[in-house]
Design a protein around this ligand. Structure first.
Ligand SMILES: [Zn+2]
Length: 172
């Protein structure tokens, strides 16, 4: 499924997973202040898959709400396994949409030209790189330098073998 076809909401215990889904380009509602019933209500209203580790979540919730929700229990305890579990279950793309969304703000990045990026990125980057993106919400400018290419290779390996990523979560 593409980011146009599926959106998520991640329960409180899955904040790291939410960041990784955003990194893959998927819309994932999350936040320390968003959890439980309130988040579930919003997920239902916005037609999001609700990801949770809480297998008893449904026990105390009204039927009308549960009927409107798609709840996905994430069984894995470790982040790499959780990510692989969700990627596999929903047939998510792990390369096509990577780095198209701000991992902080959960909004799509906007392509900007070099002139707009000038002053926002180091001079050597402005000179050597051709593609620049900006988050319309936080204003941060991104480019696809070698660090991004390295990160993508690590991500592929990580999803393939399930080991912890070699360096801490891309600095996220
Ligand atoms: Zn942002």
């Amino acid at each position: 499924m593409t980011p146009d076809e599926i959106r998520f909401a991640a329960d409180g215990m899955l904040q790291s997973l939410a960041t990784w889904l955003r990194l893959l380009g998927y819309d994932c509602l999350a936040g320390k202040e968003l959890f439980g019933r309130q988040l579930l209500e919003q997920a239902a209203a916005e037609n999001r898959v609700f990801l949770t580790r809480n297998s008893h979540l449904a026990d105390n919730l009204p039927h009308q709400l549960l009927e409107r929700c798609q709840i996905a229990i994430v069984a894995s305890e470790r982040l790499p396994d959780q990510l692989r579990e969700v990627v596999t279950r929903f047939s998510l793309h792990t390369d096509e949409y990577v780095f198209t969304r701000c991992t902080e703000c959960n909004v799509p990045l906007r392509r900007v030209d070099r002139a707009e990026a000038l002053g926002q990125v180091p001079p050597h980057v402005a000179e050597s790189e051709t593609g620049f993106w900006r988050c319309p919400q936080c204003g941060k400018t991104f480019w696809r330098g070698s660090h991004v290419r390295d990160s993508l290779q690590r991500l592929e390996r990580w999803l393939a073998d399930g080991n912890e990523p070699p360096h801490a979560r891309f600095g996220l």
